[in-house]
Design a protein around this ligand. Structure first.
Ligand code: SF4
Ligand code: SF4
Length: 484
């Protein structure tokens, strides 16, 4: 339900003591004191706990407090709090950097509640690059914050299991076995789930419930030849969670690319894109993953030892794609990889984006279905790709696509947000599902692993008959005639 907007930041920039009241009083976060204050330890009003890079701090100075981003912000739309709006959070971060406020629990809660969905960047007429601010702030403030046992467990899954496909397959093994023999429905029964902490409940609820899925997902081959005349060599970024839980979408992606005249290669040494670590404030780990991936695609050799220049690097998961395209920012100060990362980014494409560029022969099988399309934030807002997925759907005969209200409003997935902030994530998912219901479609398409798991699991939780799929799955069906 949408709250009545109200201004409640309590962030009087002249007083550090008001930081403890963030979220309680009525001063406007838009009343910034100065647009020329230096950052970090040069703070004029006190010792700053947040020493932002000068370039990041400058992002905050770009904000003119117009408030045009507020209606686009999912958290502000839900609770109406200025401190949970982009403008409010920018003010909080700038005030922290200026040493005007301290990182009280209240301040941290407002910053934690941000989805980093970047809808505010799309809405902002001043071009504020908000994500650089929130990501660096999280990196620097998250050090040594106390955590509960459940938080540590969830975090351990985030950082040590999800990004490693073999570990994730091992973790999924008992789940897949229980799904095969019909035990999973007892484990996920309402009576058991109600006893779990909400974060653990959410985690088990997110796991795809598919008794037909393989117990141990097989790896992709390293090379798939073009069908017909070869037009390009494409490196496939398979993703960590994607290559375990959505490998069928990876295979469909490759099959469609082959039909578009692409030789597809899959470098074995690729790793997780680093988004989980980057958004979790572990910048050093994210940089190492970026370097490993740049090297994996840069030095890819065919099985016969020959070196194939890769024309494009593609992915089918918006969250990964946004991270891959941000490597030039992540490594901008790296002595060896600053330049290489720019070349890597220039070759990166989302699968829908590349298919529109390649303009392949149209599929010939009709898919007589009514669907709706949800814009993943990291496709629509981070990569500014909204037309390409709709365009490839228009190539499919028989398909009816019903427009989804608020299609580019976050569904609450936001990487690992649905596990770290389950209440807000659930509210946003409910909002999304209510909109999907109004379309009458029982298939929702979305081009991101996280959105797919979030929307599918929340639909399942409320016993809503909804199938969530990737647009590529329907295109594959239209090319091959095989129902997905
Ligand atoms: S729209 Fe941009 S300039 Fe205006 S308040 Fe939001 S972030 Fe600041
Ligand atoms: S990134 Fe998303 S949740 Fe965070 S302030 Fe911007 S619009 Fe709001």
């Amino acid at each position: 339900m949408t709250a009545t907007p109200r201004t409640i930041s309590g962030l009087d920039p002249q007083s550090t003591s008001t930081a403890n009241n963030a979220g309680k009083s009525s001063a406007s976060a838009g009343h910034s004191s100065s647009n020329t204050a230096p950052h970090g330890s040069h703070a004029p009003h006190g010792l700053s706990i947040l020493d932002l890079d000068k370039r990041t701090y400058a992002r905050a100075l770009d904000c003119v407090h117009c408030g045009l981003c507020l209606p686009a912000c999912p958290t502000y739309t839900e609770n109406g709090l200025e401190a949970d709006s982009p403008r409010g959070r920018i003010h909080l971060m700038k005030s922290l950097a200026d040493g005007r406020i301290e990182p009280t629990d209240s301040v941290l809660e407002h910053l934690d509640l941000c989805l980093d969905c970047r809808a505010c960047e799309t809405a902002c007429p001043s071009g504020v690059v908000y994500h650089e601010l929130i990501e660096e702030t999280r990196e620097k403030l998250n050090v040594d914050r106390p955590k509960t046992f459940v938080d540590r467990m969830v975090e351990s899954m985030f950082f040590h299991v999800f990004p490693h496909p073999t570990r994730l397959k091992l973790a999924m093994l008992p789940v897949r076995l229980m799904q095969k023999i019909g035990l999973w429905k007892f484990v996920t029964a309402d009576a058991i789930r109600k006893r779990l902490p909400i974060k653990l409940d959410k985690m088990q609820q997110m796991l795809p419930n598919d008794a037909t899925a393989p117990i141990w997902e097989s790896n992709l081959a390293t090379h798939y030849p073009a069908i017909g005349e070869k037009r390009a060599t494409v490196g496939m970024f398979a993703g960590c969670v994607g290559s375990v839980l959505f490998q069928h979408v990876n295979r469909q992606t490759i099959a469609v690319l082959q039909r578009a005249g692409c030789d597809v290669v899959v470098p074995k040494t690729q790793q997780c894109c680093g988004a989980i670590h980057h958004h979790g404030g572990k910048m050093h780990d994210a940089m190492n993953m970026a370097i490993a991936n740049i090297s994996a695609f840069d030095f890819y050799k065919n099985p016969d030892g020959s070196h194939t220049g890769i024309d494009y690097i593609i992915n089918n998961a918006a969250g990964c794609g946004a991270m891959l395209k941000d490597y030039d920012h992540l490594l901008r100060d790296h002595p060896q990889y600053a330049e290489k990362s720019k070349q890597f980014v220039a070759k990166n494409r989302d699968i829908c984006e590349l298919l529109v560029e390649l303009d392949p022969p149209r599929p010939t099988h009709a898919v007589n279905r009514t669907v709706t399309y949800h814009d993943a934030c990291h496709l629509a807002h981070a990569q500014k790709i909204t037309a390409a997925p709709r365009q490839i759907l228009s190539w499919i005969d028989g398909l009816t696509v019903i427009a989804l209200p608020e299609s580019d409003m976050c569904c609450g997935a936001a990487g690992t947000y649905n596990l770290s902030q389950p209440d807000m994530a659930r509210d946003l998912a409910t909002r999304k599902l209510n909109h999907i219901k109004t379309t009458g479609a029982n298939t929702c398409l979305t081009a991101n692993v996280g959105c797919s798991m979030q929307i599918q699991s929340e639909a399942h939780r409320i016993h809503m008959d909804l199938n969530v799929a990737h647009p590529i799955s329907l295109l594959y069906e239209a090319y091959t005639g095989q129902t997905t």
